[in-house]
Write a protein that binds this ligand. Structure first.
Ligand code: URA
Length: 432
């Protein structure tokens, strides 16, 4: 390992065997944290070429269990987001895509810090279980086309150890390290088609469109070299996605979209990601045609029906899909009013995530118990005109003191401009 460190420090290229030695050794504990930390920093500063990044991804993927989805008939599709605030995309996209006939056998994560996780959101359905057996998981996907479960403990143990190191050594924002981290998990999860939502902006890892594009290209290239169909969509994260931030609140917004009652950036993103999945899977001639087919799953109620079928098959109360008043509801609602008139120029996404976390909707540590009912519903988005005294958003809280503290925090998330603001394009690029 000392030799490999010197090689990478001096800008050299690591061989396939050297990379595997390092990843397997670190996972087993024969290479210590201090050497792996130094290697992460050397990679951040010196980079890795395409072959090294692919080798690192494959070695990480094989550091633990991989999921063999071959008992599921048909094309299996998966999606990944690099992490956003208010990102309830999977709750809308997966039922829509399943309604077109593609198979969704998905592993999702829990939320940590200011970003939420699909698994927590789904647990807003009373009784819903994300810890079903592999047999039930496969059966559900074969029978109804969709199942979403929590990530198993043995999936890519190398990433769990390396990510924990990167988090405390300033080595998160390295493209080869992000690519190998994300793609090792996606490849280990077994899908044939992988679509990536790469966020760009204030609330994202990648602050500029140029960096987001480099990441998206790195992710899709590794996916293709590993034999999967892969596409990426670069999307704006200069404000939260949609209007709701907080677990049950986001489920309610997702249901509204599936009922055809809500439009905007969330619907646009789900249609684009879903259409890329269908085009990559070869079941649609073009992205445009696929979007029309996906819209039909909303109009004819089949997407909502898939969500209900999944909730029921995983032990949840599916009546809540048709009657969202059965979902957790916070006892306190507090409107946050604008102190001046203007046009919304920016909504600090990360800060909005922190408001929800402050109310009890997110975790500071993995052990924290979250309150599914709390969060924020924005009333205004970037580009909207606001009059003094008008509501910017509603705080949903269980604790009066936290609600009062959240008031100023949420108000400060909004930047207003005296001049009209042009809404930036939400979808910045599609990489196929
Ligand atoms: N998400 C991941 O899973 N890994 C990274 O390195 C960055 C984002």
């Amino acid at each position: 390992m000392t030799e490999l460190l010197a090689k990478k420090r001096d800008g050299g290229t690591l061989s396939t065997e050297e990379i595997d030695f390092m990843i397997q050794g670190y996972t087993r504990g024969t290479i210590p944290d201090y050497q792996m930390s130094a290697m992460c920093m050397a990679i951040l500063l010196r980079g890795m070429d395409e072959r090294e990044t692919l080798d690192m991804t494959m070695s990480m993927m094989h550091s633990g269990e991989t999921l063999d989805l071959s008992p599921i008939h048909g094309v299996k599709a998966d999606k990944h987001s690099t992490g956003g605030v208010g990102d309830k995309t999977s709750l809308v996209l997966c039922p829509m895509v399943a309604a077109t006939g593609l198979k969704i056998a998905k592993m999702s994560g829990r939320g940590l810090g200011h970003t939420g996780g699909t698994i927590d959101k789904l647990e807003s359905f009373p009784g819903f279980s994300t810890a079903i057996s592999e047999e039930t998981f496969f059966r559900n996907v074969n029978d109804i086309g969709i199942a979403i479960i929590g990530q198993t403990a043995d999936l890519v143990p190398a990433d769990k150890k390396i990510y924990a190191l990167r988090d405390v050594t300033g080595t998160v924002p390295s493209i080869p390290l992000i690519v190998s981290s994300i793609m090792s998990k996606k490849l280990a999860s077994g899908a044939d088609v992988i679509v990536l939502d790469v966020k760009c902006g204030d609330g994202a890892f990648m602050k500029t469109e140029e960096d987001a594009r480099r990441l998206a290209e790195g992710l899709t290239r590794v996916g293709r070299l590993a034999g999967r169909k892969c596409a990426a969509v670069i999307t704006d994260m200069d404000q939260p996605l949609g209007y709701a931030v907080g677990n049950a609140l986001e489920v309610k917004e997702a249901i509204a979209v599936l009922r055809g009652e809500a439009q905007g950036d969330l619907l646009e993103l789900c249609l684009t990601l879903g259409a890329c999945m269908m085009a990559e899977a070869g079941v649609a001639l073009s992205v445009q045609e696929a979007k029309l087919e996906l819209m039909e799953t909303i109009e004819n109620g089949s997407a909502l029906g898939k969500l209900a079928a999944m909730v029921e098959a995983q032990g949840g109360d599916a009546r809540a899909v048709y009657d969202p008043s059965l979902l957790p509801d916070a006892p306190l609602k507090l409107e946050v009013y604008a102190e001046q008139s203007g046009y919304v120029s920016h909504i600090r996404a990360e800060q909005v995530g922190l408001v929800s976390m402050h109310l009890g909707g997110g975790r500071a540590t993995k052990e924290d118990v979250i309150d599914l009912s709390v969060g924020v519903v924005l009333r205004k988005k970037v580009g909207d005109r606001v009059a003094k005294g008008e509501s910017l958003g509603t705080i949903h809280a269980s604790d009066p003191q936290k609600a009062a503290e959240a008031y100023g925090m949420l108000r400060d998330c909004f930047e207003l401009s005296a001049e009209p603001v042009e809404t930036p394009p939400f979808i910045k690029a599609i990489i196929r």
